[in-house]
Design a protein around this ligand. Structure first.
Ligand code: BGC
Length: 935
């Protein structure tokens, strides 16, 4: 019977890639697989070194470590078995081997070492130390880190497969070291530990508009220690110090994240150590701590899809996908031949479109050694690109010799969504690629230009989406530690970017700094990670206290610097902060929301005094918001969609005005012709706000819109990632002239969270999806959808389809969880683990549209998609140069089409009028109109 119930996915800590654990008391998580219906865990047993610990109840996610703290380098085996409420029992799981990666106070001995006399800034370096192993080794563990980025080789064997180590953190407060068991790479006698080092994020220049400056330091340095335990019990610690050697004479001559890398393969580091020089010891900024999240790795390789010869005769390769990583080339030619690789996301006028990269050269060069075929890939840089220009290729260019290596933090994919609508599927795919490219050691705004920073606002809005697609608990929890450190240094203000490298005075900005409160709560909600909330609680409170003070006694956060509803499509391209919604509304709404989140966190952590205090504050802020910004009939002071979305979604709307506000929101959306009219703040909220107030049809229309600006506009323009601006590329194929135009920015992709919950129908109802809400809401134009999510308890999946007005739903609920299933007809079912099928009748759409004429209202025209198309086509026939009225017109119920065309030439009015008549005839007779009776 035990084979029917199996424990799988046992892990220690948050990391999913099996690396060393970062604490002495790593929490344990496991999942249960079984076909037994309704299965719930009644108890579990954990075994370590023969000691069994019993966990009563259903806890299986991030369960507190039940043993004494591990010792540094302790390796232990843990296994788990479970008992069901139904009396079933599993066998023991396979063993999980845990290596403790932490060190005790004072055990970090390694010094930061680097090149004694560098000849240029950010000079790549090779470091080396030979040492002798003189007895059988029981275990050897290497701890290593850098002010810069490094790779380590032991006896010419890479110690691991991670890239860009140790990754980016707020280096002045927090530096991570990697821990690897290298026992099998050691040999008797002389061993060589060799390290290659470059500047990476540490020596990068940060800042904009010609004001970039090096923030951390000019030269990279490395620190590492190898702890060898002999069979005899003797131990030896080999730590970086002044006895190491360095040389700058290796092949890598230049390396930078923004600029790219150069390698001259003719150069070789001297094999004789006598030609190397002694290192210099540099002061480290901080004592490093063990890595707690998955490192960056090379994840996938992609072949060239096509080769383009540009109008100016350049060779450009197209990978068919905007991605992040770098190229690997195989090339043969004469020694000294230089191959240059230049990267870009788009083409403009048929040439590489590099203007959006600003000061990032994103260029790698390789100088051939000559002789046999050479394979090369840069090592300490990455680029965001779909296209690469290849100059200087010797002989005939062979596209098979170039591969794109896709890199990102090695997170486990956990979420999928597919529908019957191909453009929506591509939109979702674009969100996925946006996550991949921007979850690169830290959550970045973009991966290509001279920026790639941890902009807090971007991840604040995107964290829920990312948390469905990938298990990013460890990744975001680690970044939150940097946020808290940078925030402490800024006296409670959360900087715009984390790590904070911008040269400006730390300034609080709503929706950006609120990453401090929102992201930990997302980790709690999506991954059941109460520890993250506990760890971030002081930061959450400090943020809310700080912005509460900025708001002052009237509790309205107004008048100060704000990004506001950044990149509202109606803001001027060169002034993205000038949105329709007043920044004070955005800021005060976020002040309320964050204060509420601190209240929630206080309750989760049993901080009852705090809970009461912050709940009271929140109530007063809500009162202030209502009296300052909401009229008695439910209008908002900024009559803009983002204002209504904020009020509805953040629970600021008075209950009796919710419907009026939702209706007003829907009216504004229609008035804008179902085009987007929200920026970073409103876009992630608008769909939920519409659906919550009964406007699912409006939300569906907004989602399916393809005219600019809309989510699908970019898709119809061939986008393969989410763009920073609604119109990063204009309709004529030119790049938006704005200074800030990326083609890989995830913020607007935050709609995918709504797609997962509403179209896919999967949402958490209790932390970590211990209970799920399954509530798919079909929209027009979508006949079926399939969604699944690997929750911390196991896979939830949903498939629904529509057949002649009947809705069919298949749901799989993982063991040890329950689900609240809500059908579109309003009927609810409570279910537990297993497969379930439901059907519901869906009310048919309201019959054929009324006949559209010149006297129809503009609202009627836009709501009748066929009539709208006819008007647009007619207009473009008679007046092709006229800008399509779609974007200018307010599609309101008070005005007729005839009124709108009042000043148009008669020929235009006539053409539109007869086109609508033809449409009416076609609809009535179901085809071309009958021939007129012969006279
Ligand atoms: C970044 C954004 C960021 C914004 C803040 C831009 O440069 O790319 O995504 O949130 O600045 O204003």
């Amino acid at each position: 019977m035990s084979a029917e119930v199996v424990v799988v996915g046992l892990r220690a800590g948050r990391r999913r890639d099996g690396g060393a654990v970062a604490t002495a008391t790593p929490p344990l998580s496991w999942m249960t697989e079984t076909d037994r219906p309704d299965w719930m865990q009644a108890a579990a047993e954990v075994e370590k070194d023969g000691i069994v610990h019993r966990v009563e109840g259903d806890a299986s996610v991030l369960v507190a470590w039940p043993y004494d703290p591990l010792a540094p380098r302790e390796e232990c085996r843990v296994r788990v078995r479970v008992e069901g409420e139904d009396g079933s029992r599993s066998d023991w799981s396979g063993p999980l081997v845990i290596l403790a990666g932490h060190l005790l106070d004072g055990e970090w001995r390694a010094r930061m070492i680097g090149l004694a006399e560098p000849s240029e800034v950010a000079q790549p370096v090779l470091l080396r130390r030979d040492f002798v192993v003189d007895a059988p080794v029981r275990r050897a563990v290497l701890y290593s880190t850098a002010n810069g980025v490094y790779d380590a080789r032991l006896n010419d064997r890479a110690v691991d497969d991670a890239e860009m180590k140790p990754g980016w953190t707020a280096y002045q407060h927090r530096l991570l070291y990697d821990v690897v068991d290298v026992t099998t790479s050691l040999r008797d006698g002389t061993n060589t530990l060799a390290v290659e080092l470059a500047g990476g994020w540490y020596t990068e220049e940060y800042g904009f508009g010609g004001h970039a400056r090096r923030f951390y330091g000019d030269q990279p340095a490395f620190a590492g220690q190898l702890a060898i335990e002999y069979e005899s019990g003797r131990t030896k610690l080999l730590a970086t110090d002044e006895t190491w050697f360095a040389t700058a004479d290796g092949p890598r001559t230049r390396s930078g994240i923004y600029q790219g890398e150069s390698v001259d393969a003719r150069r070789e580091a001297p094999s004789d150590l006598a030609a190397w020089s002694r290192v210099v010891v540099r002061e480290g900024l901080t004592v490093p701590q063990p890595r707690s999240s998955e490192p960056v790795r090379a994840i996938e390789e992609r072949a060239v899809e096509s080769v383009i010869e540009t109008p100016t005769g350049k060779t450009v390769v197209d990978f068919g996908q905007n991605l992040v990583g770098r190229l690997r080339i195989r090339v043969s030619g004469a020694a000294g031949t230089v191959v240059t690789l230049r990267h870009a996301e788009v083409l403009e006028d048929g040439e590489l479109g590099t203007r959006p990269l600003r000061l990032a050269a994103a260029t790698d060069t390789y100088t051939l050694r000559g002789g046999e075929e050479e394979t090369w890939e840069p090592r300490f840089t990455f680029h965001g690109f779909r296209y690469a220009q290849i100059d200087g290729w010797p002989g005939v260019f062979d596209p098979a010799a170039v591969t794109a290596v896709v890199m990102h933090s090695d997170l486990t994919r956990t979420g999928w969504l597919e529908t019957s609508h191909p453009l929506l599927n591509r939109l979702h795919e674009n969100v996925l690629w946006g996550t991949r490219g921007n979850f690169f050691s830290i959550p970045t705004d973009c991966p290509q230009r001279d920026e790639r920073l941890g902009w807090t606002g971007d991840i604040q809005v995107f964290a829920p989406t990312a948390s469905f697609l990938f298990d990013c608990d460890a990744f975001l929890a680690s970044w939150l530690e940097d946020l808290a450190a940078d925030q402490r240094a800024a006296g409670g203000i959360v900087p715009f970017v984390v790590p904070n490298v911008l040269p400006w005075r730390p300034t609080a900005a709503a929706a950006w700094g609120d990453a401090a409160t929102v992201v930990p709560v997302v980790l709690w909600e999506r991954f059941g990670d109460t520890d993250a909330v506990r760890a971030q609680y002081p930061s959450m409170k400090a943020w809310v206290d700080t912005i509460g003070q900025l708001a002052g006694p009237d509790l309205l956060w107004e008048g100060r610097f704000q990004f506001g509803d950044w990149l509202d499509p109606d803001a001027p391209p060169d002034d993205p902060a000038r949105a329709k919604v007043d920044p004070g509304i955005v800021a005060t709404a976020y002040l309320y929301r964050s204060t509420r989140l601190v209240t929630d966190a206080a309750r989760v952590l049993d901080e009852s005094c705090d809970a009461e205090e912050y709940a009271g504050r929140a109530e007063r802020i809500r009162g202030a918001f209502r009296s300052a910004y909401i009229t008695p009939t439910g209008r908002l002071l900024s009559d803009a969609p983002t204002a209504y979305a904020l009020a509805l979604q953040f629970d600021l709307a008075p209950p009796q005005l919710r419907q009026a506000m939702g209706d007003r929101l829907a009216l504004l959306v229609r008035s804008a012709g179902y085009r987007m009219s929200t920026g970073f703040v409103g876009t992630p909220l608008i769909q939920d706000a519409l659906v919550a107030t009964g406007h699912l049809v409006t939300a569906g229309r907004l989602l399916r819109q393809t005219e600019n600006p809309s989510w699908l506009y970019a898709v119809t323009m061939g986008a393969t990632t989410i763009w920073e601006r609604w119109d990063s590329m204009l309709e004529d194929g030119s790049i938006n002239p704005g200074w800030m135009t990326s083609f890989n920015h995830y913020a607007f992709g935050a709609v995918a969270d709504w797609m997962h919950r509403s179209l896919g129908g999967i949402a958490p109802a209790a932390p970590g999806y211990h209970r799920s809400t399954i509530a798919p809401r079909p929209i027009d134009g979508v006949e079926w959808a399939t969604a699944s999510h690997t929750t911390p308890y196991g896979r939830v999946s949903v498939h629904w389809s529509l057949h002649h007005g009947s809705f069919e739903l298949d749901v799989t609920v993982p063991p040890n969880t329950s689900a609240d299933v809500r059908l579109p007809d309003g009927i609810r079912h409570e279910v537990r683990a297993g497969r379930h099928r439901f059907t519901a009748e869906i009310a048919a759409a309201g019959g054929a549209p009324a006949a559209a004429t010149l006297d129809s209202t503009l609202a009627e025209i836009i709501d009748d998609e066929g009539a709208y198309d006819v008007v647009r086509d007619a207009l473009s026939r008679v007046d092709p140069d006229e800008e399509w009225m779609g974007r200018r017109t307010h599609w309101v119920p008070e005005r007729s089409l005839r009124d709108e065309l009042l000043m148009s030439p008669g020929v235009v009015v006539d053409e539109i009028g007869s086109a609508l008549m033809a449409l009416g005839r076609e609809r009535r007779y179901g085809g071309p109109p009958p021939a007129p009776p012969s006279q």
